[in-house]
Design a protein around this ligand. Structure first.
Ligand code: NDP
Length: 310
């Protein structure tokens, strides 16, 4: 069985940053890219809020830069999906592509999270062209325009408020007659003059050829349909952390986010670290994920040093 010092699972900003730091520390990291090499940023368009790119950069291009930098530092970057783990012994085991096992003294989990989508054909077709699951990332491109957001939790409330400061008008599409968001957030949304809440409403279809120009709503009580002209359609109905294979092996919250010791990337299992969106449901930004990837590599380096492996 192949044995490595440091195994990194996942290839978003957290995974690649961990790979850069771990390589420079001489840990000879092996990184498996997972189902979506480059992670969530590969399905966005322009990124304007990652420091160091004064002109902005396309998400997929930025992730190529991350990968190139990690490779240049010596990281061994491989296609492959972690399909099972076994964290019983002092040396950790990870199964790749359901066919081979690899052993590692330290494992960095940076498998990210995936946005939940409504499942509409138009939502998929216009993804990145007005449809987005991140208002903080993409709201700015619709400055002064009318937009829509679906969802009624704290994320949707926070994002609707964020959009209300940039966009001319925000249509919030809520499927029930109340919001799930905390009372204070819901009240704030209700009291914002340029947010209209469409209660008992569902998005029937996002309309537009190449970019979004309207959304068709259906009232789920009356069946009545109406169209509103919007330039963007934001989906804020929650995220799934990609942590299923770790269930039962490490501590996680009920909703699947991995627990880390505050201020560190340490999980409850020695030598297993977590970074990026798989352990962060609050910030979820490329730059915060990259920062936590750096923390994970430094924590892994210290752990391996203490163990006498490195
Ligand atoms: P939540 O699961 O809390 O909310 C999801 C929302 O999306 C619900 O209102 C739900 O409706 C709605 N929804 C789900 N599926 C659909 C669908 N198919 N069609 C229409 N609407 C749908 O997710 P969040 O991302 O908002 O929050 C996740 C966690 O993070 C929560 O615990 C939240 O409190 C926390 N959080 C805290 C923040 C803070 O404290 N500042 C900021 C952001 C998040 P319904 O209510 O009908 O089920």
């Amino acid at each position: 069985m192949e044995k490595v010092q440091c195994l990194i699972i996942g290839s978003g900003p957290a995974g690649y940053t961990a790979a850069i730091y771990a390589s420079r520390a001489g840990l000879k990291p092996v990184l498996y890219q997972g189902i979506q090499p480059g992670g969530q940023l590969t399905i966005t368009t322009e990124v304007e809020n990652y420091p160091g790119y004064p002109e902005g950069v396309m998400g997929p291009e930025m992730m190529q830069h991350f990968e190139k930098q990690a490779a240049r530092m010596g990281a061994d970057i491989r296609y492959g999906i972690a399909t099972k783990v076994d964290f019983t012994g002092p040396v950790h085991k990870v199964e790749i592509d359901e066919e081979k096992w690899i052993e590692a003294d330290a494992v960095i989990i940076s498998t990210g999270a995936s946005a939940k989508w409504l499942g509409l054909e138009s939502e998929q077709r216009l993804n990145g062209f007005g449809v987005s699951a991140c208002a903080v990332c993409d709201g700015f491109f619709f400055k002064g325009k009318e937009v829509a957001i679906v969802g009624a939790g704290d994320t949707a409330a926070e994002e609707a408020l964020y959009l209300s400061k940039i966009c001319s008008h925000v249509n919030m599409i809520v499927r029930r007659d109340e919001m799930r968001a905390s009372k204070v957030m819901a009240e704030r949304v209700k009291n914002t003059p340029n947010i209209t809440i469409h209660w008992n409403s569902e998005a029937d279809e996002v309309l537009g050829e190449k970019t979004v120009n309207a959304v068709r709503l259906r009232n789920n009580k009356t069946g009545e349909k109406k169209e509103i002209n919007v330039s963007a359609f934001f989906v804020a109905i929650g995220h799934h952390p990609n942590s299923d294979i770790f269930k039962g092996w490490i501590d996680m919250y009920e909703d699947g986010y991995i627990k880390t010791v505050p201020g560190t990337s340490k999980t409850n299992v020695e030598g297993v670290f977590a970074a990026g969106d798989v352990q962060d449901k609050t910030y979820r930004q490329a730059v915060t994920a990259a920062g936590s990837g750096c923390m994970a590599a430094l924590d892994a380096e210290r752990y391996l040093g203490m163990k006498g492996v490195h």
